[in-house]
Design a protein around this ligand. Structure first.
Ligand code: CP
Ligand code: NVA
Length: 307
């Protein structure tokens, strides 16, 4: 059974296939066609953390495809009310696919081990694969071919950064990160990035100006991710030099500004940049719907191919 837990599990060809299905369905959607490819199919969506984009995009995607999505949050008390292996096996009796946003990546991996339906990671502490798929779809719409282009990350080496590092590596882009020393990926994660995209050009620096120079995209995310609220004051001090502002963007006049959202204006990004002419944040958020449709259809096709 194929799942979508992290982009490192997918080959370059598989990522391209997901993006291509998503883009085709987006073209249909723009022409007013909502192909009901999977009538009456049901996705269970488990949320252990807050969400706007992930919930709305997956629920909308399932509806457009002719199916339905069930939103499960605090009441199911994922990981606490009952063992994950029971949860996974019970849901597999009833639904066709599961999407999980969880605190601990290991819990999603365990769920997938026991599930007999495909499982999609809708964000964990480790990575956020659907976000990175939508981000690359967006960038390609804006600049065309992304091969060999430099993608800059400014800020925390977090879940979103890891998925972008994997996808850029697998798609032949350069990935340049500016992150304070003590917040950079640890050796194990650096090795994982190198192992999964051995030919990737991956750079780490502490200098945001160096990272963004010659880039086609400058990406940042919150300095305090969900679950890190206790570190808020310390993080805001440590990341102050990593704000994406007009001065930084002047050093990469051809770059688009990207952010997974939600954003904290005045912290990781200034209002003039996020709401300015270089910002791609709204089409980027919109592409969550289309990229996820690509992932859903691709996963359903993997089951058809098994049978
Ligand atoms: N970018 C993203 O995943 O947004 P939500 O947390 O609102 O789902
Ligand atoms: N890094 C953020 C992403 C939110 C979509 C978090 O994990 O909270």
């Amino acid at each position: 059974m194929r799942h979508l837990l992290t982009l490192k599990d997918l080959t370059t060809a598989e990522i391209e296939e997901i993006l291509s299905i998503g883009s085709e369905l987006k073209q249909d959607f723009k022409r007013g066609i909502r192909s009901q490819l999977y009538p009456n199919s049901v996705m269970g969506m488990i949320f252990q953390k807050q969400s706007l984009r992930t919930r709305v995009s997956f629920e909308t995607a399932m509806t457009h495809l002719g199916g339905h999505a069930i939103y499960l949050s605090g009441d199911v008390d994922f990981g606490k009310r009952e063992p994950i292996r029971d949860f996974a096996r019970v849901m597999s009796e009833m639904v066709d696919m599961v999407m999980i946003r969880a605190k601990r990546h290991e819990d999603v991996v365990e769920f997938a081990e026991y599930a007999s339906v495909p499982v999609i990671n809708g964000l964990t502490d480790y990575c956020h694969p659907c976000q990175a798929l939508a981000d690359i779809m967006t960038l390609r719409e804006l600049i065309g071919d992304t091969t060999g282009k430099k993608f800059a990350w400014v800020g925390d080496a977090n879940n979103v950064a890891l998925s972008l590092a994997f996808i850029c590596g697998k798609l032949g882009m350069k990935f340049s990160m500016a992150t304070p020393k003590t917040y950079q990926f640890n050796d194990e994660l650096l090795q994982e990035i190198r192992d999964n995209a051995p030919n990737a050009e991956f750079e780490v620096t502490e200098d945001p100006y160096e990272a963004v120079s010659d880039s086609v995209a400058v990406y940042t995310d919150v300095w305090v991710s969900m679950g890190q609220e206790a570190e808020k004051d310390q993080r805001e001090r440590d990341f102050a030099r990593y704000q994406v502002n007009a001065d930084l963007m002047k050093h990469c006049p051809n770059a688009y500004f990207m952010h997974c959202l939600p954003a904290r204006r005045g912290f990781e990004v200034t209002e003039d940049v996020i709401d300015g002419p270089q910002s791609a944040i709204i089409p980027e958020a919109g592409n969550r719907l289309h990229a996820e449709k690509g992932a859903i259809v691709w996963l359903f096709r993997q089951i058809q191919d098994m049978n």
